[in-house]
Design a protein around this ligand. Structure first.
Ligand code: PMP
Length: 351
């Protein structure tokens, strides 16, 4: 066998484990929204498909322009990426030299350590508090002269917990001004507590604060891969430089624009999911499960050693959940019927 040298450090890279799709089972493993695309969005995609012999608009300028008006920020402060996970990677590449540190809570979005290591930077994980929330004081204490980037996932994937305005303000007031804090708001549209701040409140006025959002969750375009970032001009300029050319495809750009046109309808769908979230959360608690507060479209069951058994049991009941071995299970809120199937499985697990 020939030995072809590849980067030795990649061997230690944690794998990104996508939610499984099992034929015949309800998939509540990837925080997707249930129901297909809206007819208006599907029609726009069909129309755009007639021109896919052409390269897409590389800068996604129509979408950038539209987002800038929606979000009330200049176009120079908006970048679009191939899913917000791609933007996470672009932030690392744009801001970190080899050996620089990227700080984030743990457990949080599993792509953070991966994109950090791919970018030759060093991940620094700060444990969540026992109540599954960000420990912002510990995160402040973990900042070193090598820290370039901090991810704050709000609400946090996979726990669903959220950081409030006062604590986030205090944290941002104390982060050195040359450290960029990325507020990852993939689940922002499901937040129902006014005390959980819209990150744009900070990003508009603080050059070292960025906001990441996605069309994958509330807007239902996970399969098309499109997300966006809002940050200071110089940060956006650097983030655009490390963009893989044309990686936001034409159908994704069109679908994102059509989804913004249908925003009210899509946000109404989120309200239905939020109502189901309350029902699922209360039912699980009534059954005796520990379930932290959640402001996203999923619930977290910190089952510890029972995690794998719970996931296997759920699968036997035709529900795919997302286990994090030894820690807990994340379950996406689906349709009422899907949630009932899951709740039945959760009830049977205790029997
Ligand atoms: N951030 C968080 C917190 C997420 O949970 C996810 C998706 N699981 C993403 C970013 C990436 O989403 P996408 O790449 O689909 O925009």
């Amino acid at each position: 066998m020939s030995a072809i040298p590849t980067r030795a450090d990649l061997a230690a890279l944690p794998a990104y484990v996508p939610g499984r799709t099992v034929p015949g089972a309800v998939k509540l493993a990837s925080n997707e929204v249930p129901g297909g695309p809206l007819p208006s969005v599907a029609d726009a995609i069909a129309r755009a498909s007639r021109e896919i012999n052409r390269y897409p608009d590389m800068g996604a300028w129509a979408l950038v322009d539209r987002l800038s008006r929606e979000l009330d920020v200049p176009t120079s402060q908006v970048a679009v990426g191939c899913g917000s996970v791609s933007l996470c990677q672009q932030f690392v590449q744009a801001l970190c030299a080899p050996g620089d540190e990227v700080l984030f809570a743990w457990r949080s979005f599993e792509a953070y350590p991966i994109v950090t290591q791919v970018g030759n930077a060093t991940p620094v994980r700060v444990p969540l508090t026992p109540s599954h929330t960000h420990d912002l004081d510990a995160m402040l204490a973990a900042i070193t002269p090598k820290t370039r980037l901090v991810f704050v996932c709000n609400p946090n994937n996979p726990t669903g917990t959220a950081v409030r305005r006062a604590e986030l303000t205090r944290f941002l007031d104390n982060v050195p001004s040359d450290v960029v804090v990325v507020l990852d708001e993939a689940y922002r549209e499901f937040v129902t507590d006014a005390d959980v701040p819209d990150g744009l409140e900070f990003a508009r006025t603080r050059p070292n604060v960025a906001v990441l959002r996605t069309f994958s969750k509330a807007y239902g375009l996970a399969g098309l891969r499109v997300g966006y970032a809002v940050a200071a001009d110089e940060v956006i300029e650097a983030v655009r430089k490390v963009y893989v050319a044309f990686s936001v495809n034409a159908l994704a750009q069109t679908a994102a624009l059509a989804s913004l046109d249908a925003k009210d309808e899509l946000l109404a769908r989120c309200a239905d999911i939020v109502a189901e979230r309350t029902r699922v959360h209360e039912t699980l608690r009534d059954l005796g499960y520990e379930v932290p507060e959640t402001l996203a479209n999923f619930v977290w069951l910190p089952l510890g050693e029972r995690t794998t058994a719970f996931a296997e049991h759920s699968l036997e009941h035709k529900v795919v959940v997302r286990p994090f071995a030894g820690e807990g299970v994340r379950v996406t809120i689906g349709t009422r019927e899907e949630n009932d199937t899951f709740l039945e499985a959760a009830r049977a697990f205790l029997a």
